[in-house]
Design a protein around this ligand. Structure first.
Ligand code: ATP
Ligand code: LTN
Length: 336
């Protein structure tokens, strides 16, 4: 709680260009939630998390700025919401260190994202990757967040955050708010266009597997045309037809229609026509975001101003919690 209002916090790693999956599963829900006047919202550009996988410095800098501009272009008001870079608030790694000492190896060992990423980057299984969820816990707990909207894949990290917070509170009293995860009703898991049994991911090596938020119209239409479906030829929303189900999910998220409405609309049509309609729905959804992104890219001073103001705002709240934690743990305050 901040000033009697509920607090919401979320974020994404600034690694490459975000996808339609990130947008429909996370960002679009954030925009809806941030319209609520009774919630204070914090959105992080989680660049410290990004370096758990090796990054090219220039690309990391560019990805982080693009991500910030996409948050705003998608509809997050940077005055009403605090949009900040994680690396601009040193309280994050500081609290993460402290929480590391209240987290068990066995807990981290169970994390499926760690197992997946370790398998994918077997040449660089670093300890940052291993303790990634502890830094995420610090992100959330520093702002005393009540609500954390994420895609389904992040729920395990949220559970561990709650466990760490409860453990800490159990020892030291009510220091942290226990956060609730929130998975949006739609778009919780958008699948790869090339393998609809896998989630759409920005780090997928096959460019046809995902739609980038800045893909142009022709690219989007081409990728949907190539989307993997099945050989049945009937448009139905079923688990044994993951490709078609995914296309319908994407269509419904972009148009606001229900699955039944979509099925009625596509009744009797072929897969080719379905793909074209889904492609068009995505193009229409992304066009205003891309336009706003272009305008922001041309206004360096405005974007710089937002980065600075919001870093100060985030630091103010984060430091308040960190001071309390340090006191509870028993660190000595710097004499005045
Ligand atoms: P990477 O491929 O680099 O691991 P990612 O594309 O999985 O990245 P993250 O940065 O891990 O994306 O996630 C950002 C947010 O987007 C999270 O809230 C996550 O749950 C959500 N998200 C990611 N992929 C999808 C998806 N395919 N469908 C729905 N939500 C998603
Ligand atoms: N691990 C998250 C990104 C993330 C995050 C957070 C999400 C880092 N810190 C705090 C919510 C709250 C992911 O989406 N991969």
């Amino acid at each position: 709680m901040i000033d009697g209002k509920k607090t919401m916090l979320s974020g994404m790693q600034s690694t490459g260009m975000i996808t339609l999956g990130n947008y429909l599963g996370a960002l679009k829900n954030w925009v809806t939630l941030s319209d609520d006047e009774d919630i204070n919202c914090f959105y992080g550009i989680m660049d410290l998390h990004s370096i758990t996988v090796r990054q090219d410095p220039a690309n990391l800098r560019k990805s982080a700025r693009n991500l910030l501009m996409l948050y705003i272009a998608a509809g997050l008001d940077p005055v009403k919401n605090c949009i900040f870079y994680q690396s601009h608030v040193p309280a994050h790694p500081e609290l993460a260190w402290i929480l590391n000492c209240y987290t068990y190896m066995g807990e981290m060992n169970r994390m499926t994202q760690f197992k997946d990423k370790a398998a994918k980057h077997s040449d660089n299984i670093n300890t940052g990757l291993f303790t990634y969820p502890v830094l995420m816990a610090a992100d959330i707990l520093l702002y005393q967040a009540d609500l954390v909207p994420v895609g389904k894949d992040q729920m395990q990290h949220l559970e561990i955050t709650r466990d760490i917070a409860n453990r800490f509170n159990g020892i030291y009293g009510d220091v942290f708010t226990i956060p609730e995860g929130y998975v949006g009703k739609s778009g919780a898991k958008i699948m790869s266009l090339q393998d609809p049994t896998k989630k759409m991911s920005k780090s997928d090596e096959n460019p046809n597997a995902s739609i980038s938020l800045l893909d142009d119209k022709d690219t989007i239409m081409r990728k949907f045309k190539k989307a993997v479906t099945d050989s049945e030829g009937v448009i139905a929303y079923r688990d044994d037809k993951p490709g078609i189900k995914n296309l319908l999910d994407i269509y419904c998220c972009c148009t606001g229609k229900t699955v039944d409405e979509a099925l009625a609309e596509f009744n009797g049509l072929g897969y080719g026509q379905l793909k074209e309609c889904v492609g068009e729905a995505v193009v229409n959804e992304l066009a205003p975001i891309q336009q706003r992104f272009k305008e922001l890219s041309e206004d360096k001073a405005y974007v710089d101003g937002i980065i600075k103001t919001n870093a100060e705002k985030a630091s103010y709240y984060a430091n308040k919690t960190l001071r309390k934690v340090k006191k509870k743990v028993g660190f000595t305050e710097l004499p005045r």
